[in-house]
Design a protein around this ligand. Structure first.
Ligand SMILES: Cc1cc2nc3c(=O)[nH]c(=O)nc-3n(C[C@H](O)[C@H](O)[C@H](O)COP(=O)(O)OP(=O)(O)OC[C@H]3O[C@@H](n4cnc5c(N)ncnc54)[C@H](O)[C@@H]3O)c2cc1C
Length: 287
């Protein structure tokens, strides 16, 4: 069944400055190619219009995980396997590790990168909800310089992101503020791994004297982009995690998502599961 592989041209610069020069010369002409786990599927299926690729796999500036006093900074080329094996990420950002562990199989985890998952911008991707509830920021670099952007505002529409054609995602930065927060992640799919999510939920909350002092909630596969449930969060701040508050929050969440029927699930099922996952998060908040 797999036999189509068009003629293509790939350049593999060995440092970031050279890669960015290629991209500046002809913005949009050179498609960045990281682990290739998304791109190869499209290329082989004949669904990729690009014929010129810029392999970024060898760029040392996009690699490594740095632990600072206030942030953990993750190179865009960090694989799912590397995320799971990192002690600080596992301890302070367990939702990201859960997402990594439930992304594809071992081969995909060894090759697929966090930067690729973000730039591919699938609303069904598994790491974006975790990144949102950790208040992730992205460093975007071009030959003209670098800028930091809150990940919460990165997705603007279906497969639309605030990344210019001459830019690369270089790093992802997570503030080290969540270790004492309650955290919950759940991917609902047909199988545990190797299945695209029907619904994916991530939540973090700071509880003070039994009340929800602060909270973040994000979901995948329930709208054209990953959803930050800002109205639901607003409604929950300052409240006790009671049954009545949950019901109000579930109603607010239903208004914030826009699930669809597709080959994997139905809008009705997705809507119900999203509400059930919020209830599951509430159980953790009250425990
Ligand atoms: C069998 C299989 C199972 C999978 N299962 C899952 C799953 O369960 N959950 C899930 O979320 N995903 C899944 N995926 C999708 C894929 O593995 C992930 O999205 C992966 O993280 C993509 O990373 P990559 O490095 O391979 O990206 P690539 O394929 O190299 O690139 C993907 C896109 O990102 C762009 N890009 C990559 N890196 C950068 C960068 N640093 N800056 C700017 N643009 C960049 C590329 O130009 C391209 O548009 C699966 C894929 C396969 C083949």
């Amino acid at each position: 069944m797999r036999s189509y592989l068009p003629v293509y041209h790939m350049e593999a610069p060995s440092d970031l400055a050279s890669a960015l020069e290629w991209m500046q010369r002809e913005p949009g002409a050179w498609k960045p190619f990281a682990g290739g786990t998304d791109l190869m599927v499209l290329l082989e299926a004949g669904k990729l219009p690009h014929r010129r690729f810029l392999s970024i796999w060898k760029l040392p500036e996009l690699r490594g995980i740095e632990v600072g006093p206030d942030h953990v900074t993750i190179g865009a080329l960090t694989t799912y396997t590397a995320l799971q094996g990192h002690e600080t990420i596992a301890r302070e950002f367990p939702l990201l590790c859960r997402a990594a562990a439930e992304t594809g199989g071992i081969a995909t985890q060894n090759r697929g990168t966090l930067g690729g998952n973000i730039a591919n911008a699938s609303p069904a991707a598994d790491s974006p909800p975790a990144l949102i509830v950790y208040d992730a920021e992205l460093e975007l670099v071009s030959a003209g310089g670098a800028r930091w952007l809150g990940y919460r505002d990165f997705h603007t529409g279906y497969k639309q992101i605030r990344l210019r054609p001459d830019e690369l995602i270089r790093r992802i930065r997570l503030p080290r503020t969540r270790a004492t927060w309650k955290q919950h992640y759940r991917k609902v799919g047909t199988r545990r791994a190797q299945a695209i999510s029907k619904v994916c939920f991530a939540g973090t909350a700071r509880i003070e004297h039994g009340r929800i002092a602060d909270v973040r909630i994000a979901l995948g596969s329930v709208a054209p982009t990953v959803v930050c449930a800002a109205q639901t969060e607003k409604l929950l701040r300052g409240e006790l995690p009671s049954r009545a508050v949950l019901q109000g929050a579930q109603a607010a969440l239903a208004r914030e998502i826009a699930p669809i029927d597709d080959m994997r699930s139905t809008a009705r099922y997705r809507g119900r599961v999203a509400q059930n996952l919020l209830a599951e998060f509430f159980e953790i908040l009250s425990s």
